[in-house]
Design a protein around this ligand. Structure first.
Ligand code: FE2
Length: 257
């Protein structure tokens, strides 16, 4: 039997799904301070380059410190540091003081630009890579993989839309001093579903493609999938561990719970 034919029986929920993230998270264990050179921070964990680009911090900052670069960009330094810590360490939980000293608008800017990046850059690159891969596969195999990709894309865009249309405007209203209706609850279940769906897609590509598919192409697609999965897990950590407690704090400031 061709290995691809086993696809419908593959284990979609492996016991350990986040092994790479478990190994990589927490790599920035040293405390981050404003005096630290921004270049040293990126050296500690290159994935933070994504935060820089989403907050429109341009490269070419030389030997400047985090504080100097943030000042130059008109960016709140405390919030930038909080985002970096939450992004790189899923166990990081900010103190009440750290949350109070942070700027919710910067967190929203980061999250909105992340959504845009996932949709306009990451998903497009992933789709192109998958199409290249499928040139070597039979039509039925291609159909199954395209369906997994489309389902995953839809699953990913749904919480983005909800957050953009409901949660973020709610936070913006709170920040401007209004007492808005509704609430800022994020979609926990949706976050879990997204993680499962990308794992399914990753497992198909890694375990069940025909053996004659060029391994270089499979590796390229897998690299996209692993990077995207890891980045989305960090995105969820920022929403769960920074944005949600921030909303709670803002609501309590208005006597709401
Ligand atoms: Fe989000």
């Amino acid at each position: 039997m061709h290995s691809f034919q086993k696809m419908d029986t593959f284990d979609a929920k492996p016991a350990i799904t986040n092994m790479s993230a478990m190994h990589r998270r927490g790599s920035v264990s040293a405390p981050i301070s404003g005096n630290m050179k921004l270049a040293d921070l990126v050296d500690l964990d290159y994935r933070l380059l994504r935060i820089l680009s989403r907050l429109e911090i341009k490269l070419g900052f030389g030997e400047a410190s985090i504080a100097q670069v943030c000042r130059r960009c008109g960016l709140d330094e405390n919030t930038f540091i909080l985002l970096c810590r939450a992004y790189t360490d899923s166990n990081f939980r900010p103190s009440a003081t750290e949350l109070k000293d942070a700027d919710a608008k910067v967190v929203l800017k980061y999250l909105k630009r992340s959504h845009k990046y996932y949709v306009e850059t990451d998903l497009v690159a992933l789709q192109k890579s998958l199409e290249k891969l499928l040139e070597c596969c039979s039509e039925p195999s291609g159909k199954v993989i395209r369906k997994f990709y489309t389902d995953y894309k839809n699953e990913l865009e749904r919480p983005f839309d909800f957050e953009e249309q409901s949660v973020f405007p709610y936070v913006e209203a709170l920040c401007s001093g209004a007492i808005p209706n509704g609430n800022g609850t994020l979609l926990d279940d949706e976050h879990n579903d997204i993680d499962e769906k990308i794992n399914d897609l990753k497992n198909i590509v890694m375990k069940y493609l025909p053996e004659d598919v060029l391994s270089g192409r499979i590796t390229e697609t897998l690299s996209f999938l692993f990077l995207l999965r890891e980045d989305l897990q960090s995105h969820t950590a920022v929403e769960d561990n920074i944005l949600m407690p921030m909303i709670k704090m803002l609501e309590e400031g208005y006597g709401r719970k």
